[in-house]
Design a protein around this ligand. Sequence first.
Ligand code: FE2
Length: 391
Amino acid sequence: MFWGRVWAGRKKGKSIMTVTKDHLNLGKGQDILPIQRIDYVEFYVGNARQAAHYYRTVFGFEIVAYKGLETGSRDTTSYVLRQNKITFVVTGALNPESPVAEHVKLHGDGVKDIAFLVDDVNKVYTEVTARGARSIQEPVDLQDRYGHVRKAVIGVYGDTTHTFIQRGDYIGPFLPGYQAFEGPASLSKVGLSSLDHMVANVGWNEMEPWVEFYRKVMGFSQLASFDDKDISTEYTALMSKVMQNGNGRVKLPINEPAPGTRKSQVEEYLDFYRGPGIQHLALTTGNILKTVEELRRRGVDFIRVPDTYYENLAERVGHIKEPLDEIRRLGLLVDRDDEGYLVQIFTRPQADRPTFFFEIIQRHHARSFGKGNFKALFEAIEADQALRGTL
Ligand code: FE2
């Protein structure tokens, strides 16, 4: 793993690159990598047409743009899906030689890229590569009749990438090469509004190097840390550190397995994804009761914690706005921190391999991640792992 080697090398005094504290602007309190927002998350999938239908029909997204044979794309097909501030792109291969086909063969369906909207791609690319980021694509102009967009790509854990996008005054439906999607009118929405956080699973002893990568290369800071005492059950454990960018709009928790007597969910992921990658995306809603009711009605399969979770819930979390019998009926989890409370729920894996899943979350001022729910949640995941023969 490239970064593991770099930082391991640095610790031993064999620095592969020269990075001075001055150059990093550390401690000067300035955002070295200003990110306006997450532009989109791209999935590589086995069948983009059906994946787009799934996200539209089940999760309430609208298909807004398309790229494929009809638009002159000979190797890949992509659908762009949007719901409020969330944009997903699902991309599939049109031939077995496509790198997308290779990616899907190795990993199954999964998140390939998290794209960030920035003001100046050249500046960002120069900055992060000078700090040691692995370049995948140098800054390049993409152009069509709607204008032009500048982009660059760097590699992070496994085959996952970050794209930097500079849109300028581009007025097309998504990016150059895409056309507006002409299809049936959208279905009613389910109320998902934004991306709250995106969690990566990395291998043994790889969390710290990646924390350092996001700190030193991307200018992120650490928001929270959970060790194996926080996140363990009788059988399995994991560790996690939450990194966030300068303006707090991008939150990236990074998990690694910790020793336990059985195989943890992170190890199960690494086995089936064949390496590190995105484990889950947390999507916010302003009304989790309505959203989850509707998602359940449309067939979304959620992890179910044991009924005992609800026995002392009122004492644990105090007064909450949502009726507790509704919380229990819908299988929602509640946790409180110093600033407020949150309500959350987790889907089962979204593809055949037990890898990627979604979290649905509503925050009532809480800024934490549901630490009080970890044990019950992970025991429920272990019950699913036991059924899969992977515990
Ligand atoms: Fe989460």
